[in-house]
Design a protein around this ligand. Structure first.
Ligand code: ADP
Ligand code: ADP
Length: 218
């Protein structure tokens, strides 16, 4: 049986930060749909060209493109034990597609930690977020600074500020989350998979609560 965790929460909640830590802890691959899109944008692939305008505007890339991309990633052999999904699913149609895919490959979602953070905090986090060019490692200029400004501690690559982390786009992304992704909270709650976690308590404390929730579900 392959094991999947779905990290749910608004942009800036800390999904990527936690997924990077939990992937090591549980020996699962971190699959971030945002990272996959950014890789395709950087490499100017056909998929990247289709996604570009949506990502730039802070809108969701259409379901068919997104589902196909994530499905291809989950079929790769490094996902044989399962994966930690960060940023996917983001719509009810994506959640249904995931359930269907996993049922076909003897996998299941075992836990859905929902990281909740108030909107003012999200804006402060996204405006101070610095991301590593090479592998998407995540920093914050105040909350989680790199040892050397502008350089990733883990791989030495340059840090950059995402174009879509500028204020106007952030406000729109939060709205899109509320309209299109928040319904998944009830979707997974009904399946008894959801654990709500206060995302304002510091990175290590959030990790501890996530580990407890996941271990209870395993
Ligand atoms: P998401 O993947 O949900 O968009 P990130 O993991 O990229 O969120 O985190 C957004 C920003 O907030 C980053 O700059 C990160 O360093 C910072 N951050 C993440 N978790 C916390 C936390 N618990 N407390 C303070 N800052 C945090
Ligand atoms: P955040 O760190 O704010 O949660 P992501 O890195 O997950 O943002 O996503 C960045 C952008 O990539 C989104 O604004 C959207 O355009 C696109 N994207 C990522 N995941 C999905 C998805 N599951 N469905 C549609 N679009 C997505």
């Amino acid at each position: 049986m392959r094991i999947y965790l779905v990290l749910l929460g608004p942009p800036g909640a800390g999904k990527g930060t936690q997924a990077q830590i939990l992937a090591e802890k549980f020996n699962l691959v971190h699959v971030s749909s945002g990272d996959l899109f950014r890789e395709n944008l950087k490499n100017k692939t056909v998929l990247g060209q289709k996604a570009q305008a949506y990502v730039d505007r802070g809108e969701l890339v259409p379901d068919d493109i997104t589902i196909g991309m994530v499905k291809d990633r989950l079929m790769k052999s490094d996902c044989d034990n399962g994966a930690i999904l960060d940023g996917f699913p983001r719509t009810p149609a994506q959640a249904e597609a995931l359930a269907k895919l996993l049922s076909e490959m003897d996998g299941k979602v075992v836990s859905v930690p929902f990281i909740s953070v108030p909107v003012e905090t999200l804006i402060e986090r996204l405006s101070g977020r610095w991301t590593c060019q090479a592998q998407g490692h995540i920093y914050h200029e105040k909350n989680n600074p790199p040892r050397v400004a502008g350089i990733c501690d883990l791989d030495g690559s340059a840090l950059y500020q995402r174009e879509d982390d500028k204020r106007e786009t952030v406000m729109h992304r939060i709205q899109v989350y509320q309209d299109q992704t928040a319904p998944l909270i009830e979707y997974y709650r009904k399946q008894n998979l959801l654990t709500e976690i206060d995302g304002t308590i510091g990175i290590e404390n959030v990790t501890d609560r996530m580990i407890t929730a996941i271990q209870e579900a395993l």
